[in-house]
Design a protein around this ligand. Sequence first.
Ligand code: SF4
Ligand code: SF4
Length: 165
Amino acid sequence: MPSQIGFDDTEYELLREFDKIYLNMPKKKKDRIIVTVDELHKKIESSFDCKKCGNCCRRGKDILIDGRDINKLAKELKVTKDEFIEKYVKVDNGRSFLIVNGECGFLNEDNTCSVHDSKPNFCRKYPFLTPFTAYLFFFVDNNMDVKRLPVKFPLPCDALKNLIE
Ligand code: SF4
Ligand code: SF4
């Protein structure tokens, strides 16, 4: 996996398939991918136009968080770390999740985030443009149908879908 692109755990999950193929590529092709994906990522990031629809906060799925997220959110809400964990966190398989229950409790009516400055890293990275870029590159490079991308990215993000249409 190209290390300088900086994949984290969550993104890595999305990239497992790409990774398998990447590992079997000749070195020359790997080097080219590192450069190309990095450049493509910059372009995609600059043309990504968030619709502020709030769909990403209504996915119904609990959100992966870590100790740093918990500390920041507890501080923002002016509660202790333990109080925050008791009210908002569940642990599954050794990983911590912000309980969402359909729609995140921190979502405002106007689709803004009430804890914007302290929101979890997962939310900050959504909709994961880095692995999206790697997938996009991989599909295009192998003359595959880019429209199949959402199968690997079941994200309810219109702005992301617009990028591949
Ligand atoms: S913490 Fe904020 S950005 Fe993250 S899901 Fe909740 S409302 Fe959305
Ligand atoms: S789903 Fe996509 S377009 Fe809608 S608010 Fe989230 S990131 Fe923006």
